[in-house]
Ligand binder design. Structure first.
Ligand code: AMP
Length: 298
């Protein structure tokens, strides 16, 4: 197995990339504290970029300060660099980039990438500078690593919409690949933040996925009224005493605007806090039957 290269410095990474122009590169941007959800993106990137074809897989581990609103949340974000490096080596990654905050944002830094409409609802409403930080760090990572493909999880649905838009609008020459959400056995979407849940909070957390499934089932049974679906979702979250609701949404998957009436597709999403830990989840729904179609015979 060829050795995994670890770069902490931007200049060293750029120099290596200049000397290694051949083959296609896949990039998996992460904030580290890796779990099987991240490793699934890595596996997919490796499969798409086989070594025998000169393919390379790069992973970034960087807890990006500009995408955190509350300094508290940033300070408590879990980290485990040595363990992450070991997992990535085992996963057959070629290159890891783990820069310092000071190198990514040196004194005098003042250029941010701002997307307009798609960053405003959902996560953007609760975290107004979050996507500015996400778009800025991704633009920097794309420039530094110059990947042919970049891999993202459906888990962060709005982020996938933002990154597609960013790549299109700023002409990044790469393909965005979105991979399905990896879940625990009880349906909880894997997240580095889950490690911060207390035992009772962890036991209550599957309420997110349960709520999404209830809404999906209602849609499948023919409910098309957005307000009623959102109301049903709120009701389910409120039935869980440890859960504090931030938002529920039944939105257009492209514009992310709330749908009054659902047609053939929708993005169901929600954000819920358990104490200081804020969790998000979503379920993309497509190919719903048009409203007036005949019910399927059993
Ligand atoms: P993060 O480290 O949370 O910034 O996540 C890095 C990447 O992994 C993002 O594209 C996430 O959407 C993705 N990701 C995180 N959790 C999951 C999961 N449970 N399933 C699939 N992808 C995930």
């Amino acid at each position: 197995m060829s050795e995994m290269k670890v770069f902490r410095k931007l200049d060293a990474l750029r120099a290596f990339r200049r000397e290694n122009r051949d083959g296609h590169w896949g990039l998996v941007p992460t904030m580290g504290f890796l779990h099987p959800g991240h490793l699934e993106l890595v596996r997919r990137a490796r499969a798409d970029h086989p070594r025998e074809d000169g393919g390379r897989v790069a992973v970034s581990l960087f807890v990006n300060p500009t995408q955190f609103g509350e300094p508290e949340d940033l300070a408590h974000y879990p980290r485990a660099l040595e363990r992450d490096l070991q997992l990535l080596e085992e996963a057959g990654v070629d290159l890891v980039f783990c820069p310092s905050d000071e190198d990514m944002y040196p004194p005098g830094f003042q250029t941010y990438v701002h997307l307009e409409h798609v960053t405003q609802p959902l996560e953007g409403a609760s975290r107004p500078t979050h996507f500015r930080g996400v778009a800025t760090v991704l633009a920097k990572l794309f420039n530094l690593v110059q990947p042919d493909r970049a891999y993202f999880g459906q888990k962060d649905a709005q982020q996938t919409v933002v990154v597609r838009r960013l790549v299109k609008d700023l002409d990044f020459d790469l393909e965005v690949v979105v991979c399905p959400t990896v879940r625990e056995a009880d349906g909880l979407a894997m997240s580095s933040r889950n490690a911060r849940l207390s035992e009772p909070q962890r036991a209550a957390a599957p309420v997110l996925f349960r709520t999404l499934q209830i809404a999906r089932q209602a849609l499948e049974e023919g409910e098309r009224d957005g307000d009623l679906l959102r109301q049903r979702m709120r009701q389910e979250i409120r039935s869980e005493p440890l859960a504090e609701l931030d938002y529920v949404s039944v939105a257009d998957p492209d514009t992310l605007l709330e749908l009054p009436v659902i047609g053939t597709s929708a993005l169901l999403s929600l954000a819920v806090s358990f104490g200081a830990v804020r969790l998000i989840d979503n379920l993309p729904i497509d190919d719903l039957k048009p409203i007036n179609s005949e019910p399927i015979a059993e």
